[in-house]
Design a protein around this ligand. Structure first.
Ligand code: BV8
Ligand code: ZN
Length: 249
């Protein structure tokens, strides 16, 4: 991690009025929540997204999909926010108009003290009916085996259709209000801080690009290169739980 870049990022944040913090799976990696695309440890290296994270997969095999998401939910329940999540909450507390926009379906920003992060890809803790969208309670906590086990989804109390995970699958529209809030804030911010995302999944990956086009400074925290490298004003190469506390000071 380069000292000068950390100081430059701290100076940008100290001067900023409106800051968007845009996060991906790398934000929670040091809490023990696996990312999607990292070599060896990423979920999509062990599991096939087409057969787990699409509406077609749920229709074809609801027990497989529900069991896999219950495993991920129970793993997140056992995880704790890391120093990076706490640093994001500290940034929010010091900036006049902050907004946290996350692609993550965990609740670690909330548990670190971020009051109302925008969840672009939904949440593991907001299951709903697949037919009428009536909210369903998140399941009881259990120690699921790695990868989960086949588990029939509960039934909707209103219409009896299967309950589905409250996440946005591939091929599904993002929640419009969340996307509008994020896009508007990105078009109107002084600094966009992007943390731990490969910036490959659209339309979420447009958010930092929108900020850059509108003239904001884009500060990126990631141990590796991403397509945002040329867009970023500052690239802080390193893990979120080390870099962000250094920036916050
Ligand atoms: C839609 C939720 C239309 C569920 C997820 C344009 C071109 C090509 C394709 C498309 C396109 N536009 C849209 C598409 C299709 C598709 C898409 O983008 N495909 C890509 C992959 C090509 N998009 C969609 O289908 C979207 N919907 O377009 O709808 C529509 C419109 C109207 C009506 C109907 C339909 C919906 C996409 C939502 C997918 N949902 N997840 C679940 O969790 O199971 S995707 C998944 O990727 C994750 O959930 C995550 O949210 C998202 C982004 O991933 P990242 O968070 O970035 O994670 P990743 O592993 O990739 O990267 C981790 C990074 O962290 C790495 O860079 C690594 O270096 C770094 N890192 C590692 N350790 C650390 C670290 N950083 C910091 N510290 C560390 N310690
Ligand atoms: Zn229903």
């Amino acid at each position: 991690m380069e000292h000068g870049a950390v100081e430059a990022a701290a100076a940008l944040l100290a001067r900023a009025r409106r800051v968007v913090v845009f996060t991906g799976a790398g934000m929670s990696a040091e809490s023990g929540v696996p990312t999607f695309r990292d070599a060896l440890t990423g979920l999509w290296h062990r599991y096939d997204p087409q057969s787990l994270a699409t509406p077609q997969a749920f229709a074809a095999d609801p027990d497989l999909v529900w069991g896999w998401y219950e495993w991920r939910r129970s793993a997140v329940r056992r995880a704790r926010p890391n120093a990076g999540h706490l640093a994001v909450a500290a940034i929010e507390a010091h900036v006049p108009q902050p907004l946290v926009v996350t692609q993550n379906v965990d609740d670690l920003h909330e548990r670190a003290g971020s009051p109302d992060p925008v969840h672009l890809h939904g949440s593991l803790f907001a299951p709903r009916c697949c037919a009428c969208a009536h909210p369903a309670p998140a399941g009881a906590d259990a120690d699921e085996p790695a990868g989960g086990r086949r588990l029939p989804p509960p039934r909707c109390v209103r219409c009896c259709a299967p309950v589905r995970p409250g996440v946005v699958w591939f091929g599904e529209a993002l929640p419009q209000a969340a996307l509008d809030t994020a896009a508007t804030a990105a078009a109107d911010c002084d600094v966009l801080l992007t943390v731990g995302t490969s910036a490959l999944v659209y339309p979420a990956a447009e958010i930092p690009r929108t900020a850059a086009r509108a003239g904001a400074a884009v500060v990126q925290v990631n141990p590796g290169p991403t397509p945002l490298d040329p867009v970023a004003t500052l690239n802080l190469r390193g893990p979120a739980a080390e870099v962000l506390p250094a920036v916050v000071g």
